[in-house]
Design a protein around this ligand. Structure first.
Ligand code: AMP
Length: 286
């Protein structure tokens, strides 16, 4: 496995892989790798791709009030996990490599997709995410890039950007990986103290309740939303940010459950903001 910090070195190594006929898969991450990230790597390996994992805590997607400074950066442990998972290259650039002095080009996906949910709570977040992904796509030129459904809105925003900018690659969605008790894996889970860790289960519990309701033929979205709200409110350490019962393509709220429905939520547990979601098909969980 190669670890490279420079765009020029990365391009060289990727060109060599392509010359011998390899297809390239990109797994963009901010590091502090867990089984969720590694499932993206596995999907890339299973597709037979020469697998590039980028590890870059991207400053432009953090607001000044957010956790950029304290975001975990256990690079050695990440390297070991990648090696074990069969990653071909780790791309670990400095901030200056990705954003040289004077950098001023950003990509905005405008419109409803970025104006709701994460876009409300974190107004500059998607501009940063989309810009860094576009740069990584330009540098790596992968056939496929792998994104977790854990960040469902991000997945939809990236798919739209790639489609509308005619970037020739496939975005591959990968299902959410959870801890044994149901908590969605996240690099931010380490911020939780033992009490908060227990309280954080309320996210998954409320999603399961929503699924039960839909499977037992409840079609009124407001009743489902209210049920999720009541579940979250009953947990003293939890503060709701948003709860949405939405169309999985447009992310717009639905009034009546007709087909596949996305329940998405963001909840603060103490100071830690967690997101989770579930894609539900009436009578058939997906
Ligand atoms: P991050 O390092 O948090 O920026 O995440 C990098 C990629 O891993 C994103 O595509 C995430 O959606 C994905 N990811 C993070 N957590 C999970 C999880 N629990 N299950 C599946 N994918 C995940």
């Amino acid at each position: 496995m190669l670890v490279v910090e420079r765009i020029s070195d990365l391009r060289k190594a990727i060109d060599e892989a392509k010359l011998i006929g390899r297809t390239v898969g990109l797994v963009p991450t901010m590091g502090a790798l867990h089984e969720g990230h590694l499932s993206l790597v596995k999907a890339s390996k299973d597709a037979g791709d020469f697998t590039v994992v980028s590890i870059f805590v991207n400053p432009t997607q953090f607001a000044p009030t957010e956790d950029l400074q304290k975001y975990p950066r256990p690079f050695e442990a990440d390297t070991e996990k990648c090696e074990e998972a069969g990653v071909d290259i780790i791309f670990h650039p400095s901030v200056e490599e990705m954003y040289p002095a004077g950098f001023s080009t950003y990509i905005n996906v405008e419109g409803p997709l970025t104006e709701l949910w994460e876009g409300v709570s974190r107004p500059t977040h998607f501009r940063g995410v989309v810009t860094i992904c576009a740069k990584l796509f330009a540098v790596v030129e992968p056939e496929r890039a792998y994104f977790g459904m854990k960040d469902y809105q991000q997945l939809k925003v990236i798919q739209k950007m790639v489609r509308e900018l005619n970037i020739p690659l496939n975005i591959i969605p990968v299902p959410i990986v959870r801890e044994n008790d149901g908590l969605a894996m996240s690099s931010r889970n380490i911020y939780l103290n033992p009490q908060e860790r227990k309280a954080a289960l309320v996210l998954y519990r409320s999603l399961l309740r929503a699924r039960d309701l839909i499977e037992s033929k409840e079609t009124n979205a407001e009743i489902i939303r209210q049920f999720v709200h009541d579940t979250i409110t009953a947990e003293p350490l939890a503060t709701e940010d948003y709860i949405a019962v939405a169309d999985p393509e447009t992310l717009q709220p639905v009034e009546k459950i007709k087909g596949r429905t996305l329940i998405a939520l963001a909840v603060r547990i103490g100071k830690t903001r967690l997101i989770d979601n579930m894609l539900i098909k009436p009578n058939k969980p997906v």
